[in-house]
Design a binder for this molecule. Structure first.
Ligand code: ZN
Length: 818
């Protein structure tokens, strides 16, 4: 990596560190943040940065001190420009912050998003508690949920002390390597500054200092190429100072997208699908990591350039010169993937040029640039491998499999083959019932490794080369990356100097013995384990469910995510805000989901989180727990967005007997999710619904059913033997009434009679009559509860009568057996 890029990344990352310190020392030290930042870097950080010559350390300190001062110093300008672009806001110097920096908490950006057709959210009255990102304790995840602003008392002093301890506690060898230093600084800022407002004097303190610093650093590295042209630099500084952002190219926004995910995950046979699916989905995200590392390495970019990576997508900011190199890098990645996976998996990479002007809040075009990039990625996915198709005709188009009988994998259906120096072997081991290829076998190994040993991840650079037995490691090696998952003992035995160590699921960089920890990562892993450590299979999860022996498959994703990003921020669309937003959403799906599963299934026997990332998830397990999890996820996402009606999610759940194939279940749950996405509410808004075993419902109706499912269950299986009790066949009566009511509805629709409403009304009255009759015949001790049930069912013209069928079925499943 070029020395000046390291310098620029550091300057960007540290330029506003004084704001953090200033908040902590408010009252005792009223000096401006740039002076406090420069002083702290000079005293505490610079002595560690021994990879910088003393002259550069001095320059770094001065750039931080001067980043609001004379814009004629080259180093200061190198920070001032990206700072202005990152926030996209008015650039007039304000003397000091207008709010109260010592007390103002960071407001919730999710609470402030607004889609044009949704009601206004509550005014920005929600804020974060200003604590570090969660560690190992599940309780620490409360920090993710905003609180009413008046109840939040941020303790910036304690937070700053913890940050300083984090710096002091880093393993000494981290400071010897510029890249390791940047990775660790990014991680510490993420941990301690994720919920500190970047500024309190602008309109809304809803951008985190962490996101502002990393985006400024990324832009500083991009603008570094401008520094060579001192004329352009001066012009740029002048214009941005007078609030004009020049129409000049400044950076490249690179986007990447893995394609073929659905097929890759689900086009496998049911044998061992549950065992290998977690490994397969983990592989897709490791592949994304591998591509990001490959691009950073090849383009000589520091780790600050990664804006986002999650769920098979990533975004990087690169200097303009990277553009010439992209076609070649794309070709090399295509080659690697084709050789290994044929046409099954591909990675689309595209880039758009960002102009200075684009960053301007009012006149800018950032949302349009982002949309253009998505469009290009879509087109690239549609004609994947375009560049290399001629060279790999046979591998992509066939003929496949020709010549003789070769053993075939009974999981992914691939034949044994030799692809250049890679060998995909297929074998059936003694204790196994099916033949498996080396790749499928390695996915099983990866899945159980994640379940049992995911305490540390090691990343090691290696010469890019693919050879030997085909496993999940092969393609990553082809990209120059060696990955391992270790527990503490293995880490101590296997660590080699130069390895990057990532702690999984706890924001903590303290070394393990003498081994440095560079970074931390949340891994969405929740795997049910037998006492002997093997993964619980689906049949077992079906057997141990409540009532009916069945398992369920749940898929969920956020509604209108693209629109939410593009329009939800309105006139406040800045790169720092977009980064804050995507960081928060990724925290929920990559981090919090695992904790939620643990609360629903503390024994770790019933739930299996196969995939969660980006903004979607796939969860399987005992049907009652999966259903419980669906409700919890929806409630918690609502809390996470402070009840904002523009931020919603939909889900689809399907029910299956023990031996049902998982890929078919995933398709069925997906169909139910699609039905939920097509659901229209009485007020006209779409989605925000639950595909409840084939019946699309609003979440409010689903919650009503959930409450009554428990009440009716208690009537049929009273916890207190003396309590009121009704016979189970009562449920069959309810189902009859429901189907009768439904038939009437169908009849009137089919006949398209003018008397539609009349007939429905008659149907409703008949159903009501039967309902009243059925309920009245139940034991008198149950009558108070049943009367309430009847009233709620028939209220508002009987609109809940359509829920009677699914509700009765639900309780019937709960009470089956035992
Ligand atoms: Zn296979």
């Amino acid at each position: 990596m070029k020395a000046d890029r390291i310098f620029l990344a550091l300057a960007g990352l540290l330029h506003d560190i004084g704001k953090f310190r200033q908040r902590a020392r408010w009252g005792a030290d009223r000096r401006p943040h740039e002076e406090q930042g420069a002083e702290w870097v000079a005293e505490r950080l610079a002595p560690n940065l021994t990879f910088l010559p003393p002259e550069d350390r001095r320059r770094l300190i001065e750039a931080i001190r001067e980043h609001h001062g004379t814009p004629y110093d080259r180093d200061a300008i190198a920070v001032i420009l990206p700072d202005r672009l990152a926030s996209g806001e008015r650039v007039e110097r304000e003397d000091e912050e207008r709010g109260d920096p010592a007390r103002d908490p960071m407001r919730s950006l999710l609470a402030a998003l607004r889609l044009p057709d949704r009601p206004l959210p509550e005014p920005s009255a929600w804020a974060y508690a200003a604590v570090p990102l969660p560690g190992a304790s599940p309780d620490s995840w409360k920090a993710l949920f905003p609180q009413p602003v008046n109840s939040v008392r941020p303790d910036y002093r304690a937070l700053w002390e913890a940050f300083e301890e984090g710096i002091t506690g880093l393993a000494p060898e981290i400071w010897q390597d510029p890249e390791a230093t940047l990775i660790a600084l990014l991680a510490l800022l993420r941990c301690f500054a994720w919920s500190i407002p970047a500024a309190t004097y602008r309109d809304e303190p809803d951008v985190s200092l962490y996101d502002h610093l990393r985006v400024t650093a990324a832009l500083a590295v991009c603008l570094g190429e401008l520094l060579e042209d001192s004329e352009a630099l001066r012009r740029f500084a002048e214009e941005t100072r007078s609030e004009r952002f020049p129409e000049e190219p400044v950076a490249l926004l690179i986007g990447g997208d893995v394609s073929g995910i659905q097929r890759f995950l689900y086009a496998i046979s049911s044998e061992g699908a549950a065992k290998s699916l977690r490994g397969r989905s983990a592989y897709l995200s490791l592949l994304t990591d591998g591509v990001v590392e490959f691009l950073l390495n090849e383009l000589h970019l520091p780790p600050t350039q990664v804006l986002y990576r999650s769920g098979g997508h990533f975004y990087l900011l690169a200097p303009l010169s990277a553009r010439e190199r992209l076609p070649d890098l794309r070709d090399r990645l295509d080659e690697t993937l084709i050789q290994a996976h044929g046409g099954d998996l591909a990675i689309a990479i595209e880039a758009v040029v960002l102009n200075g002007r684009d960053f301007h809040l009012k006149e800018g075009n950032l949302p349009e640039r982002w949309a253009a990039l998505s469009r290009q990625l879509g087109e690239r996915k549609a004609r994947r491998f375009h560049g290399v198709i001629a060279r790999h005709y046979d591998r992509l188009i066939g003929p496949f499999g020709g010549g003789g009988e070769r053993p075939r994998c009974e999981i992914c259906h691939a034949e044994e083959e030799r692809i250049g120096p890679i060998h995909r072997s297929v074998e059936r081991r003694e204790e196994e019932t099916v033949s498996k290829c080396s790749l499928c076998r390695s996915f099983e190994e990866l899945g159980s490794m994640l379940a049992r040993r995911s305490v540390y991840q090691i990343r090691r650079r290696c010469p890019p080369e693919m050879r030997g037995t085909f496993t999940w490691r092969t393609v990553l090696r082809g990209m120059g990356l060696e990955l391992q998952f270790y527990d503490e003992v293995e880490l101590c035995n296997r660590f080699q100097p130069g390895d990057r160590v990532i702690r999984i699921n706890a924001a903590d960089l303290s070394p393990v013995g003498r081994i440095p920890v560079h970074d931390f990562q949340y891994l969405p892993t929740f795997t049910p384990l037998e006492p002997d450590g093997t993964i619980v299979d689906l049949n077992r999860m079906a057997e141990t469910s409540r009532g009916i022996r069945a398992w369920a498959c749940l898929r969920m994703d956020m509604d209108h995510l693209g629109r939410l990003f593009r329009f939800g921020l309105g006139e406040r669309y800045s790169l720092s805000r977009v980064s804050t937003l995507s960081h928060l959403i990724a925290l929920f799906f990559e981090g919090y989901l695992r904790v939620l599963c643990e609360q629903v299934d503390p024994e770790r026997r019933h739930l299996y989180l196969i995939y969660s990332g980006g903004d979607d998830l796939l969860l399987v397990g005992s049907w009652d727990r999966v259903l419980e999890a669906a409700f919890r996820i929806r409630e918690d996402l609502r809390r996470f967005a402070a009840g904002n009606p523009s931020v919603t999610l939909s889900g689809g759940i399907s029910l299956h007997p023990a031996r049902f194939p998982l890929y078919q279940a995933a398709a069925e749950a997906h169909a139910h999710l699609e039905e939920a996405k097509a659901f229209r509410h009485p007020d006209g808004h779409l989605k925000d619904a639950f595909g409840f075993f084939g019946v699309p419902l609003s979440w409010e109706d689903a919650a009503w059913m959930r409450q009554w499912a428990e009440e009716l269950f208690r009537l049929i299986r009273p916890p207190d033997p003396q309590g009121p009790r009704v016979a189970r066949n009562f449920l069959h009566r309810l189902m009859e009434i429901a189907s009768f009511q439904q038939k009437e509805g169908h009849l009137s629709r089919a006949a398209r009679l003018q008397l539609d409403e009349m007939i429905q009304l008659v149907g409703f009255h008949r159903a009501r009559w039967r309902l009243v009759y059925t309920l009245a015949r139940q034991p008198s001790a149950a009558q108070p509860i049943l009367r309430r049930f009847q009233e709620e069912l028939l209220a508002e013209g009987g609109k809940r009568l359509r829920l009677l069928g699914p509700l009765a079925r639900w309780v019937e499943w709960m009470t089956r057996g035992g």
